[in-house]
Design a protein around this ligand. Structure first.
Ligand code: CA
Ligand code: CA
Ligand code: CA
Length: 316
């Protein structure tokens, strides 16, 4: 019984640190703006965009991220110095004419460089590869209604967007990421009728985020049969006449922001015998604050072994 109580206390103290790590939104432009049959419901209106040289207003309700058509999306995020332990990814999606949550599966991958592929505009000499050779194939879960996605001016269109939250524990090292810039890639599978296409709405209002740079894996010319390549998404892009404009995609990363763990000398987030070995290798005088001088005495000695033993176990 005593043991069970201790475990409960442990899980509570861990849960206290878990939470939203990155919020790449927003999406809802009016929490109660729906009219007609969706009166009072939250809506997400597109930001209109007039294509240069014309009067046509581009209104991007969503961009494709469909397993069946081999299309996907990627967005970037920055992990700070101590690193993160990712738990979940939440993405937002709708399917044409679907009124209930219809996405069944989310496929996820991770990149440590901007996604490019052979044939991408501006592709580097060495084409980067995703972290996983095969994307994670994850059940989409029940889906939660978020808002209705609509054109610039409509407030009564039924195009319900649902949030889907999937586990990232299948990423290498259980989703633990060191500091740096990453890209998360995702694609969805859902109902096949009336169309298998799954769309992801854009961050709205657009001005809520700077540095728009979402990437799409799709056909450069928009044709269903053309090769899929990575490129920067541009709404209103018309080859030869309009460069269009980049955009952002909403997503949420949740998990734990890792805290400093100075006794973890080899950086595996556990203080163990390996760290004692690392400490013995640097035994002796050193500059204050050197790795291994855990008590800041200006030398690595028995006192630091004591400090290390006190920190033994999984880093917080
Ligand atoms: Ca971005
Ligand atoms: Ca260690
Ligand atoms: Ca010391």
């Amino acid at each position: 019984m005593r043991h069970a109580v201790d475990l409960l206390v442990l899980s509570v103290s861990l849960a206290a640190h878990a939470g939203v790590l990155h919020q790449n939104g927003p999406l809802v432009t009016s929490p109660t703006g729906g009219t007609g049959s969706i009166v009072g419901q939250p809506i997400s209106n597109c930001d209109g965009f007039t294509v240069p040289g014309s009067t046509f207003v581009f209104s991007t309700t969503g961009v494709a991220a469909t397993v069946a058509t081999d299309t996907s999306l990627a967005e970037d995020f920055e992990v700070p110095a101590e690193g993160w332990d990712l738990d979940t990814l939440t993405v937002y999606a709708f399917q044409t004419s679907q009124t209930t949550a219809s996405v069944t599966q989310v496929r996820v991958n991770l990149w440590t460089e901007t996604p490019f592929s052979a044939g991408s505009p501006g592709a580097p000499a060495e084409i980067p590869q995703p972290v996983l050779a095969q994307s994670l194939v994850l059940p989409a879960g029940p889906g939660t209604f978020v808002c209705h996605r609509q054109s610039v001016t409509s407030t009564a269109t039924l195009r319900p967007v649902f949030a889907y939250t999937v586990s990232l524990d299948g990423l290498p090292d259980g989703g633990r990421l060191g500091p740096g810039r990453y890209w998360i890639e995702w694609s969805c599978a859902g109902a096949t009728s009336p169309s298998a296409n799954v769309f992801v709405p854009l961050v709205s209002p657009r001005a809520a985020r700077a540095s728009h740079n979402a990437r799409q894996r799709n056909a450069l010319d928009g044709s269903a049969t053309s090769p899929r390549v990575w490129f920067e998404g541009r709404e209103g892009y018309v080859a030869g006449s309009s460069e269009g404009r980049p955009f952002e995609l909403p997503f949420v990363l949740a998990g734990t922001a890792l805290t400093p763990c100075p006794a973890d000398l080899d950086g595996n987030r556990t203080v163990d015998a390996g760290d004692i070995g690392s400490l013995l290798l640097v035994f002796g005088a050193c500059d204050a604050g050197c790795a291994g001088d855990l008590d800041g005495s200006g030398q690595v000695d028995a006192g630091d072994i004591g400090s290390l033993l006190l920190a033994f176990g999984v880093c917080p």
